[in-house]
Design a protein around this ligand. Structure first.
Ligand SMILES: Cc1cc2nc3c(=O)[nH]c(=O)nc-3n(C[C@H](O)[C@H](O)[C@H](O)COP(=O)(O)OP(=O)(O)OC[C@H]3O[C@@H](n4cnc5c(N)ncnc54)[C@H](O)[C@@H]3O)c2cc1C
Length: 471
């Protein structure tokens, strides 16, 4: 067997651990660099690989009708160390996959330490050495400041964020267009728009007042201790903080009603308007412009559903504001997660703009497979966009659209969700007995069809039957 140079994986969290495992399983040597316990982060407590810093839940394990459960199933199929260790350490938690956190991290650590092709280096990496020709950076939301400085030097000041400012995202097909309408302010087309790019939801004065009251009274999350230096950039103040600054502040900010005419009631000028902007190329998801918030998730659903047109809104993502380190990946990374400006560096995990333990591990899995294939001189086949892995990768490397006007970039971390999947060619209309599907049964049937298509296409990909996906 000829000598293969190692791939260097920086960070032994959820993503880096999975990446190192996948690379070694392909017969390629790995050096896994982890700074703990030599150097701590603000939230990790141990020196174990893949330590879970907060909840012990991997969320729903339903692979037939939930996007995260589907991702679990795909990862099991792809020989994921993270899923295998989770399954071996699972705790009773209804339909969710919850784990004994010490048993889980212990199993991952033992597996990585026992793998002959993996060498472990405990220490902080500040700059990947120039002679490392294949590196995966998987240092997560709390990337050490010195390495973050190096990355910022490579990517530019604006391209690496240290806080997310997450506005909720709504599934377009859950918006009521008997109330809402498409129009850009003053019908301006902008560089990539048509003049009717925003979805607008109108509020009367009474509705606006009630909405502001609800924001002020709503339950909010506090910042963690290590986030106390969180700056409120004036461009991304939480909406409830804007509401605290004055009752009219929102109406002169993200909820301004100017330049818009409600086609359902052209003679009545709305007192305020909530705008939603297209978020993905597929056009299935729209983000609520300027609506970053620290309101608790249940409060967001309750309060935002009082907005006319959003009474039955389904949210692909709820809002938030956290300490987080992530790249403007759609701009900076190629389709196999390599930094365009320095292709020997690949990124994986939450730093690429996914969110959550499982999603980070899934992106680590792909980055590991891509790096191993590259080292072995093989062609890289991308996962099909209809599978959860492909849908998530698409969000990171290309599925998200840059802002269509002069507003700030809306690329923000995201969990896997069905809005990232290409729509079905044919929607299920009847059940197995031929009865017409309606209401919730129709939604479940759609999710089932998306899951079944994903698992089929994944098999095709594994069998090498989908080379076109890599073109
Ligand atoms: C406070 C907090 C709470 C969270 N709660 C949840 C939750 O409940 N559920 C959920 O799904 N997700 C949660 N997340 C997100 C979750 O932590 C991440 O999605 C996931 O851990 C990301 O995986 P990762 O591999 O990208 O990063 P991590 O798992 O953070 O791993 C990164 C690793 O890189 C190491 N590292 C950093 N810099 C260097 C360096 N320069 N050299 C060497 N090693 C380095 C770190 O020590 C760490 O081990 C939370 C995040 C935070 C910050």
């Amino acid at each position: 067997m000829h000598f293969l140079r190692p791939v260097h994986v920086v960070g032994g969290g959820l993503s880096g651990s999975e990446a190192a495992w996948q690379i070694a399983r392909r017969g390629v040597p790995v050096v896994l660099h982890e700074m703990r316990p030599v150097r701590a982060t603000a939230v990790h407590k141990t020196g174990q690989f893949a330590e879970l810093v907060c909840s012990n839940s991997f969320r729903s394990d339903d692979a037939e009708a939930s996007a995260i459960g589907l991702l679990h199933a795909e990862m099991r199929r792809l020989d994921s160390l993270v899923l295998r260790s989770a399954d071996r350490n699972k705790l009773p938690a209804g339909s969710a996959l919850a784990v004994d956190r010490d048993g889980f991290a212990g199993a991952i650590t033992a597996a990585l330490e026992a793998e002959p092709l993996i060498s472990i280096d405990r220490g902080e990496i500040v700059t990947p050495r120039p002679d490392w020709d294949s590196v995966i950076v998987a240092t997560g939301p709390l990337t050490s400041p010195a390495l973050a400085d190096t990355i910022r030097g490579l990517t530019g000041e604006e391209a690496l964020s240290f806080f997310d400012a997450i506005a909720p995202i709504v599934h377009r097909d859950s918006i009521d267009f008997d109330v809402a309408w498409f129009q850009s302010r003053y019908d301006k087309a902008g560089p990539a728009g048509s003049g009717a790019d925003y979805i607008n939801c109108p509020l009367t004065r009474q509705q606006y007042d009630a909405f502001v009251d609800a924001l002020l009274a709503g339950d909010k999350l506090a910042f963690h201790d290590f986030e106390t230096t969180t700056p409120y950039f004036d461009g991304c103040l939480p909406i409830e903080v804007m509401a605290e600054r004055g009752r009219e502040t929102l109406r002169h900010g993200p909820m301004k009603p100017f330049g818009l005419t409600d086609p359902h009631q052209p003679a009545i000028k709305p007192y305020a308007v909530v705008q939603l902007r297209q978020d993905n190329k597929l056009g299935t998801l729209f983000n609520m412009v300027g609506f970053q918030t620290k309101l608790k998730h249940a409060e967001q659903v309750r309060i935002f559903r009082t907005i006319p047109g959003l009474g039955k809104a389904e949210f692909a993502r709820l809002g938030g504001l956290h300490r987080n380190t992530f790249l403007n990946s759609p701009k900076l990374l190629d389709e196999t997660l390599r930094l365009k400006a320095m292709p020997r560096l690949r990124f994986a995990g939450q730093i690429t703009g996914c969110e959550g333990y499982v999603e980070s591990a899934a992106i680590g899995l792909l980055a590991g497979r891509f790096a191993a294939a590259e080292r072995l001189g093989e062609r890289i086949f991308l996962p099909p966009p209809t599978a959860a892995h492909g849908a998530l990768l698409g969000h990171i490397t290309g599925g998200h659209i840059e802002t269509i006007d002069e507003g700030p970039s809306s690329f923000q971390p995201m969990n896997v969700n069905f809005g990232l999947f290409p729509p079905l060619a044919r929607m299920p209309t009847t059940d197995a007995d031929g009865n017409r599907l309606r209401g919730p049964a129709k939604v479940v049937a759609k999710k089932r069809a998306l899951c079944s298509r994903a698992l089929n296409d994944l098999e095709g990909w594994l069998a090498g039957a989908l080379p076109a996906a890599a073109e």
